[in-house]
Design a protein around this ligand. Structure first.
Ligand code: 4AD
Length: 433
């Protein structure tokens, strides 16, 4: 039997076609049964009329939502039909294997709270909105890969199991690795740096883990981290590269109809993006009357927390680099500015709706400064011998960044919560399903 993908049905008006899929909706109206059949390519309204025959009508009457079906029908043009102005007038329809359980078992209703939605995530993912987000995420992931490959990057997969920290000890997930202690990686950056001398530009798209105690709308404990590292890249090269990458991804995203379904208009940003130094940010926050979570204005030397960071970029209304953080505010691997050792050659990229989606920097290539910075952070250099070796054997200026894929999707579709941008979100109180 040749089954037709639902997306191809509009080209076959008047023909008979076999389709297979799942019942997205089931509705009785007088003597008619209206069904919406879903396959991975789309939705089609199907109608069962009594003239299908008594026996077949009885089978159709018993069909429940989410039953997998195979069906044959005639494709008719119908301006009232909810999908593509066509309707499938069924000649036959049969459940595959068995009818699905009655709808009540679902427990997903418009007023279901977030916990029910998360418990039933495996069923929520069959819905139009959740599957649109997953498709958009796939689309965006591909566009990142495409961009990297167009610039001759090599994709690598460093291990998730590590024995070093990258972003501070407080968010490490530690576990027993046979007789030793190990961690789930916070970032693959240090490993990417090790292959620059042989592979050149490298990237990875892997899970990173953060034991984040904060419950915010943009924090996960496991997220997909797109990280890249480039040799011979100084700070300006890095900003330029990130701009090109984001413009590429926005240009691709504009080709997708999914953002419009979320009332989002994709505006392709232009180069150069807004750049605001840390010092200037603190002043701007005061000027724009944007206070911190405590209700006070941030002072020079304070961390820029999520609330004011997001308020600032929402106010600016376009992608913005926050640059040159005070030395010591950011991790040991970031390069201390040659002219002003008080600041670092680092930049976060902020997007409206979410705030920070990228953390990037030029890397400290001076062995002495690196060791000093590790000391200041209380890091024992021993487990980092392989990282420190990079500075001993042919170091060059280099830079890189890490981008949170879920935050990027969240920002582009203006999703309320980052959990909607993951297949199965991992949150402070949730590691299931
Ligand atoms: O700024 P972060 O911590 O930077 C690093 O890990 C660098 N070592 C990356 C690198 O340079 N290769 O994280 C980078 C990005 C953030 O901007 C954010 O988008 C995302 O990772 N991120 C999270 N996303 C979701 N949930 C969390 N808990 C996240 N923590 C970071």
């Amino acid at each position: 039997m040749r089954y037709i993908s639902i997306k191809n049905l509009p080209n076959m008006i008047g023909d008979e076609a076999w389709v297979r899929g799942w019942l997205h909706h089931v509705r009785r109206q007088g003597k008619l049964i209206f069904l919406v059949i879903r396959d991975p390519t789309g939705f089609v309204q199907a109608v069962v009329k009594p003239l299908i025959g008594e026996e077949k009508f009885k089978i159709a009457e018993k069909l429940t939502r989410e039953t997998a079906v195979i069906a044959k029908g005639i494709i008719k043009e119908d301006k009232r039909a909810p999908y593509n102005n066509i309707e499938l007038q069924l000649i036959t329809i049969n459940p595959v294997i068995s009818n699905a359980l009655p709808e009540l078992e679902y427990e997903i209703r418009p007023d279901s709270g977030p916990q029910v939605m998360l418990d039933k995530r495996h069923l929520v993912l069959r819905g139009e909105q959740a599957s649109d987000i997953m498709r958009f995420r796939d689309f965006i992931t591909r566009s990142f890969r495409k961009f990297f490959f167009s610039r001759d990057f090599v994709e690598v997969t460093p291990s998730i199991i590590v024995q070093t920290q990258v972003e501070g000890g407080s968010t490490l997930f530690a576990f027993k690795y046979f007789e030793q202690e190990a961690y789930l990686t916070q970032s693959s950056q240090l490993y990417l740096e090790t292959v620059l001398p042989s592979l050149g530009n490298v990237f990875c798209a892997l899970p990173s883990f953060r034991a984040e105690k904060s419950r915010t709308r943009r924090h996960l404990t496991e997220y997909t981290h797109i990280e890249a590292e480039m040799p011979w890249f100084e700070f300006e090269d890095l900003l330029d590269f990130m701009e090109d990458m984001i413009i590429h991804v926005y240009t691709k995203a504009k080709e997708s109809i999914i953002p419009s379904k979320f009332d989002q208009k994709i505006t392709i940003p232009s180069k150069p993006f807004e750049r605001v130094s840390y010092e200037k940010t603190i002043d701007l926050l005061r000027e724009y009357e944007l206070k911190g979570e405590s209700g006070e204005y941030l002072e020079h030397g304070d961390d820029i927390t999520e609330g004011p960071e997001r308020a600032l970029v929402d106010r600016i209304g376009k992608p913005t680099f926050l640059t040159h953080f005070p030395t010591g505010m950011k991790p040991f691997y970031m390069k201390v500015n040659e002219k002003n050792p008080e600041i670092m050659n680092a930049a976060d990229l902020l997007l409206p709706n979410v705030g920070e989606i990228i953390g990037g920097s030029q890397r400290e290539d001076d062995l002495e400064v690196l060791l000093e910075r590790m000391k200041e952070e209380g890091l024992d250099p021993k487990p980092y011998y392989w990282y420190i070796d990079q500075r001993k054997y042919g170091t060059v200026p280099h830079s890189g960044f890490g981008l949170g894929l879920e935050r990027t999707v969240q920002a582009m579709l203006n999703l309320d919560h980052i959990r909607e941008a993951c297949l199965y979100p991992r949150l402070i109180n949730r590691a299931t399903p």
